[in-house]
Write a protein that binds this ligand. Structure first.
Ligand code: UDP
Ligand code: BGC
Ligand code: MN
Length: 427
């Protein structure tokens, strides 16, 4: 789909029904008054009616609530008030600026080919999900350039600690990527900058993608994910960087606020076109799973081995999702009020739909993920999550990017990613 207009998808409404009706032979419609119907016909009609209404009700309810049946009715009504029109809206045209040359490198070619024309992509990679160290992953990615790269990264961190960059004002970090250019290197056909920023040299990338990973104490997972993700993004010929947003306090984990922080902080490095919000324990199987910015907002995952290669419910919007910069700004980012496990992704789905933006739901094996064995407990469940979900409508204008407060504790460049450590507090 790269670079091509996105087809408009319309829901089957009355028109389709009448088309279907037209294709019926007239005799099928020449049913007389009720009294003339045979018991068999009445039975068939009543059964069909019950099946149709039940199916419709289930579909509607499932779309609206997704998770918890006990709140079905309230949610169904809330949801219908806000976002029913979204069902009939065509896709908004995605008209993003092309990636600009912000890092060092000689462009000798035009735009990089769209995904479908890239030849060395693997339909299904063999994934190594066994424990590995960051050191091993760095060796795999950089080969004999590793020592040189680590040296440049050290220089990058010294540069970040320079007095001119030591201020609490975010704006002082603007264009941070450009300031790292003197510490760049060439790795194969890529330009590399400390902090794991990559840009193809032989062609102009179509998209600039920031990968945002909400994170705390998952040292076991990160090298396994990066071992697969970095080479895959390079094969897709994207300009990209990986931002690990590390919650550094003892409050319950807050995935959505960390994603807000990742969005804002990554934009201080460069004006990314789009963002992939990526759980650290999900590894994509196929190089054809497009991490470029077309068709967003997008549920990148069509199934994972955890759920038998399915998604848990129709409106699931967790794990790995893609959104453009404009999408995220439009919905005022992500809710800051979800502390602990669950619910925040369900609210993000609702925010997007409430703004009449269509969500692309990927399908098939191209979008399967493997989940790395946990070796940890999930964050404690957020007991308020269902109540919060019910009130999303009254909150989304003032809960998100426009009210977030956080202390940026540290930005550290690593060879394969940039770490942003933050202390986030309840507002
Ligand atoms: N996460 C984290 N540390 C935590 C809890 C969550 O890094 O203590 C991040 C991590 O990226 C993880 C995501 O949030 O993949 C979702 O959390 P988790 O995997 O616990 O959710 P589950 O898969 O159990 O729904
Ligand atoms: C939670 C979501 C979670 C999903 C799948 C739902 O009940 O609200 O946050 O992603 O389950 O685990
Ligand atoms: Mn997980």
């Amino acid at each position: 789909m790269d670079g091509r207009p996105i087809p408009l998808v319309w829901h089957a409404g009355p028109e389709l029904t009448s088309t279907a009706r037209r294709s019926q032979s007239p005799s099928a419609w020449s049913v007389g008054p009720l009294g003339h119907w045979s018991p068999k016909t009445i039975f068939t009609v009543v059964t069909a009616f019950v099946v149709a209404t039940t199916t419709f009700a289930f579909y509607f309810v499932n779309d609206s609530v997704a998770v918890d049946f006990s709140t079905t009715v309230v949610w169904a009504f809330n949801y219908r008030n806000v976002s029913a029109p979204a069902l009939d809206k065509p896709l908004a045209a995605i008209n993003l600026p092309r990636a600009k040359t912000t890092t060092s490198g000689n462009d000798t070619g035009g735009y990089c080919p769209p995904l479908k024309n890239i030849s060395n992509l693997n339909k299904s990679n063999v994934l190594h999900l066994e424990e590995t160290s960051m050191d091993t992953t760095e060796s795999l990615v950089f080969g004999d350039m590793k020592d040189k790269i680590l040296h440049l990264v050290e220089g990058g961190n010294r540069h970040l600690r320079a007095p001119s960059l030591q201020t609490t004002s975010t704006s002082s970090y603007d264009g941070l990527l450009d300031s790292l250019i003197p510490l760049g290197a060439t790795v194969g056909n890529y330009s590399y900058l400390p902090g794991g920023h990559w840009r193809p040299r032989h062609c102009t990338p179509r998209w600039k993608v920031a990968i945002i990973i909400p994170y705390r104490h998952r040292e076991y997972h990160l090298p396994i994910l990066l071992r697969h993700l970095v080479p895959m993004l390079k094969r897709q010929l994207l300009q990209f960087a990986i931002y690990v947003v590390n919650q550094e306090n003892d409050l319950p984990f807050n995935r959505a606020t960390l994603m807000n922080v990742g969005f804002l902080e990554s934009l201080n490095f460069s004006k990314w076109d789009c963002f992939v919000l990526h759980d650290v324990d999900h590894v994509p199987l196929s190089d054809l799973n497009n991490y470029g910015c077309t068709n967003m907002p997008k549920r990148m995952l069509s199934g994972s081995d955890r759920w038998n290669n399915k998604i848990p419910y129709r409106t699931f919007f967790g794990a790995v999702t893609g959104m453009t910069r404009e999408n995220i700004r439009t919905i005022n980012g992500f809710p800051n009020v979800y502390w602990g496990w669950g619910g925040e992704d369900d609210e993000i789905w609702r925010r997007v739909r409430a703004h009449h933006i269509r969500i692309i739901k990927t399908k098939g094996p191209t979008h399967f993920y493997k989940v790395i064995a946990h070796h940890h407990d999930s964050a404690p469940k957020n007991k308020d999550r269902k109540k919060l979900l019910r009130t999303f409508k009254s909150r989304f204008n003032h809960d998100g990017l426009n009210n977030i407060k956080y202390a940026r504790l540290r930005i550290e460049l690593h060879a394969l990613y940039t770490n942003i450590s933050v202390d986030i507090q309840k507002l």
